[in-house]
Ligand binder design. Structure first.
Ligand SMILES: NC(=O)c1ccc[n+]([C@@H]2O[C@H](COP(=O)([O-])OP(=O)(O)OC[C@H]3O[C@@H](n4cnc5c(N)ncnc54)[C@H](O)[C@@H]3O)[C@@H](O)[C@H]2O)c1
Length: 427
């Protein structure tokens, strides 16, 4: 099959507002918790940051220097944990925001990690596999002092995949002198990956969506859904929604979208994406753009692409009753206020998309023990963790009459603050 020609992708949205969103969310939780300015400063400030230059020899022999980052936002509860993003829009502030969200997320699902994130400012679609391997190995070498199974564990995020995680693991292991699978998660099964990791984030999104619907006396079998983003999170979420009986009426990616009011043929859609590399142009529906998808008259809307898509204006057009955040930071604070005023229930990212880090934790435990679990053990433990976390968040939201986001933040921030206080401030 010849390589498909994709429609042009838009310039990545500027994401510097992600940090403003993360800081505003923390401030809201601090106010509810009544913490003082000192504790606020401790929780708002990344513990460690590394900014590295990545000289790359391109396939044509020319040299290019890329920028890379690794941020450990907080390590009070355990080693840093967080993805590695390859995107043309990545900057240090975006990585700081994503690292902070990881801190609260790990605490909410009660895995023994702090929060971290990494990024390289690169559009991976315009580089060969050999170039991406060289970038990954050089980036890993540069941040070696910060990472390790007891220090900071990486996973895939936008623009990276299990192959990138295998290169990171190999580079780290070669430098240390023996194989250390637990330095990354989301690896291929052949090198110590876990069953169920590739689909874990999406399963978690669907488990929390189901729990939110159950709270309102309904179920996935009775609703319509639209999903923005058809990557590692969105594509599997669409499949699991359809398997649970939901009618998925629209999907989109950076190249466009497709809308079929009677429901998309998900299997045919997956085949189209395999062949064409995008959902755009799928013949089983009408074209729709990303703004149109967010404003569709559906029950459940799942943003599973990038940050900041639900600002005040886009939120004002949302007709869904539930927004379940597969992406990190898809809703701005203003967008959040608009959704709340309009009675939309938002299942926040730090809860809804935590399934990935839950199974990453399982992968790390398995790698450390060199003992692998069955798919069933993983799926059952994932569901149990996600529904427990949702139950705790929903109970607090009801008791305190706050949003699910504020309740999730309060639980996450409080657990991190407790760890910090119990450990004490050194010296
Ligand atoms: N992969 C994970 O396990 C994981 C876990 C938790 C959270 N997340 C978050 O989920 C989101 C998606 O991550 P992923 O791993 O699926 O990434 P991915 O690179 O596999 O997929 C991203 C998808 O979003 C689409 N997209 C990009 N820009 C877009 C735009 N401007 N408008 C519409 N669609 C656009 C892409 O075309 C692609 O379909 C990110 O916010 C990521 O941080 C991922």
């Amino acid at each position: 099959m010849p390589a498909p020609t994709l429609p042009p992708a838009p310039t990545p949205a500027t994401t510097s507002s992600a940090l403003a969103t993360a800081q505003a969310q923390l401030a809201s939780a601090i106010e509810i918790l009544g913490y003082d300015a000192g504790m606020h400063a401790v929780l708002a400030t990344p513990r460690r940051e590394m900014n590295v230059a990545i000289p790359l020899r391109r396939d044509d022999g020319s040299i290019q220097v890329l920028s890379g980052y690794r941020v450990q936002h907080n390590i009070s509860r355990g080693p840093g944990k967080g993805g590695l993003r390859y995107s043309a829009g990545v900057d240090l502030d975006e990585v700081r925001a994503l690292a902070m969200w990881m801190t609260w997320k790990c605490a909410i699902v009660d895995v023994p990690y702090g929060g971290a994130k990494g990024g390289v400012t690169i559009d991976p679609r315009t580089y060969s596999a050999a170039e991406l391997e060289r970038v990954t190995r050089r980036y890993t070498s540069e941040i070696m002092p910060m990472i390790g199974p007891e220090r900071d564990i990486m996973a895939p995020d936008i623009g990276t995949d299990e192959r990138v995680m295998a290169w990171v693991m190999d580079t780290y292991s070669v430098n240390i002198g023996y194989t250390i699978p637990a330095v990354t998660t989301g690896k291929p099964l052949a090198v110590g990956g876990s069953l169920g990791r590739a689909t874990a984030t999406s399963r978690g999104v669907v488990h929390t969506a189901a729990a939110a619907l159950a709270d309102a006396g309904t179920s996935l079998a009775e609703v319509t859904a639209a999903v923005q983003g058809f990557g590692k999170v969105g594509s599997h979420a669409v499949r699991f929604l359809a398997e649970a009986g939901a009618r998925v009426v629209a999907v989109s990616d950076e190249h466009g979208g497709v809308h079929a009011p009677d429901g998309l043929d998900v299997a045919a859609l997956q085949r189209h994406v395999q062949e064409q590399g995008t959902v755009a142009g799928f013949p089983g529906g009408e074209p729709i753009d990303n703004a149109g998808l967010l404003a569709l008259d559906v029950d459940v809307l799942i943003p599973a692409a990038v940050e900041g898509v639900l600002d005040a204006e886009a939120a004002g057009r949302v007709k869904a009753r539930w927004v379940v955040e597969g992406a990190n930071g898809p809703t701005t604070p203003e967008g959040d206020r608009v959704l709340a005023e309009r009675g939309v229930v938002v299942v926040p990212d730090i809860l809804a998309n935590a399934g990935g880090v839950v199974v990453s934790y399982f992968e790390w435990v398995q790698a450390n023990q060199a003992y692998w679990w069955t798919a069933r053990e993983i799926e059952e433990r994932l569901e149990q963790r996600m529904t427990t976390a949702y139950g705790e968040v929903a109970a607090l939201a009801r008791a305190e009459s706050v949003s699910l986001r504020d309740a999730a933040l309060v639980i996450g921030v409080r657990r991190v603050a407790e760890a910090h206080l119990i450990r004490g401030l050194y010296p």
